[in-house]
Design a protein around this ligand. Structure first.
Ligand code: SF4
Length: 417
């Protein structure tokens, strides 16, 4: 799909540029040393854009310092501020880094005020040559959108189009758009709808594609690859993030694999043979399973063939052989050991089929982002966890060392009834 080209520092997204692999740091932005160190690691691994969370105005100062020192070390990889809710923070960050990711609908609960703030933000971006990403996620669409359009892939696309049109009206074209979801079918449908809507207007902005809260290990990789490759094979997608609940360095070769396969970008180095087989299978069969062109897959020559087939069927939401896990990758808002907690939850719940369990890094965005989870384990900070049934917090302030037991108890009790 032909798109406009967006320039983010030295990086080009869309137009004739190859697909850009990117990642996001999971350090605290206020910990400048740790953030800088991780930025260097992911840049060396091949990330071409690096996103950093900016939860407060104070963090904008840290972001500026990270940016300054990163450049002084000789790295020109653009930094992207990840901002939620506050147009004030977004405006401050736009003066500091090359790109800012926002969900404009969350700038204010009153939709007209959100529009006003977005217009102000665009003015600042224009003045400073800052690119933006309009990033809407399923699960955090906001009441205005859900009341107006429902909570569907089409609603996500229509919601994004409102902000896209505002950019066009302001003659601001440094725009990338994303519509992520943890449900692969919803995510694919949302991007297809958005691509069609933008094509109707005649102005097509580049798309950042990714699956949110994909989890970790083989499951996270397969889930991401089936959905992202489906879109890339249709020419939808110009930059890719593979979100994993792991060290962000691990995200880069998977994103590079996709960028290489679908646009000839440099191939990743250091993928194991097993990883290559898994990623290839996800890309070869994902679209066919999702679009129901085939109903089964099998790998009789592989010692782990049955497992791979089960994982693929579940990633494509054709058959569920284990619980569906949703886990955010963690970021500077995470105040506990998310990766450990996620492993503990998986180990204790692996026998519970037909249940969706979310493990989320923060109480600010976690509950909204866990979309259609049946149960949620959400870090509150200060060693405490909240447990959710659907969107309702049912147990709050549970000490971390008891929280997995209490979650398992909660699910088992519900299943007895
Ligand atoms: S839900 Fe996870 S990734 Fe999203 S802001 Fe919170 S900690 Fe960060």
């Amino acid at each position: 799909m032909k798109t406009l080209e967006v320039k983010v520092g030295p990086v080009r997204i869309g137009g004739t540029a190859p697909i850009v692999p990117q990642t996001m740091l999971n350090t605290h932005t206020s910990d400048i040393e740790a953030s800088l160190e991780q930025a260097v690691q992911v840049a060396r691994a091949g990330a071409q854009l690096i996103r950093i969370t900016v939860p407060s105005l104070k963090d904008v100062e840290c972001l500026a310092e990270i940016h300054r020192r990163f450049r002084a070390l000789g790295y020109d990889v653009p930094l992207v501020a990840d901002v939620h809710f506050s147009s004030e923070i977004a405006i401050a960050a736009a003066k500091v880094v090359e790109k800012v990711r926002i969900n404009p609908g969350n700038f204010h609960p009153d939709h007209e005020k959100a529009r006003e703030r977005f217009a102000q933000f665009l003015e600042v971006c224009k003045e400073h040559g800052t690119a933006i990403r309009i990033g809407l996620n399923h699960g955090s669409l906001g009441r205005y959108i859900i009341e107006r359009y429902g909570n569907t892939p089409k609603a996500m696309a229509l919601a994004a189009m409102e902000w896209v049109r505002m950019c066009m009206d302001a003659s601001f074209y440094q725009v990338v758009v994303s519509l992520k979801a943890s449900n692969t079918v919803v995510m694919i449908q949302a991007y297809r709808e958005l691509a069609a809507l933008m094509q109707e207007t005649g102005v097509v902005f580049p798309l950042h594609v990714g699956v949110t809260e994909a989890g970790n290990g083989d499951t996270g990789r397969i889930k991401s690859c089936v959905a992202i490759s489906t879109l890339l094979s249709e020419g939808i997608g110009n930059t890719v993030r593979v979100s994993l609940t792991e060290d962000p360095v691990n995200e880069v070769p998977v994103a590079q694999y996709l960028a290489h396969r679908y646009s000839g970008a440099p191939a990743p180095e250091g993928l194991s043979e097993r990883e290559k087989v898994i990623l290839k299978a996800a890309c070869d069969y994902g679209k066919k399973l999702i679009d129901r062109e085939i109903d089964e897959v099998s790998f009789p020559d592989l010692p782990y063939g049955d497992y791979l087939a089960d994982e693929l069927m579940q990633a494509c939401r054709r058959r569920f052989y284990k619980p569906e896990y949703i886990a955010c990758p963690g970021c500077g808002r995470t105040m506990y050991n998310l990766q450990e907690a996620f492993e503990a939850v998986k180990a204790r719940t692996s026998d519970m089929k037909d249940v969706v369990i979310a493990v989320m890094g923060c109480i600010v965005n976690g509950p909204g982002e866990m979309a259609d989870a049946d149960y949620g384990y959400v870090g509150e900070g200060a060693g405490m966890v909240s447990l959710y049934r659907k969107k309702e917090p049912v147990l709050r302030h549970i000490p971390e060392d008891e929280a997995v037991d209490r979650l398992v108890e909660l699910i088992r009790k519900d299943r007895e009834h």
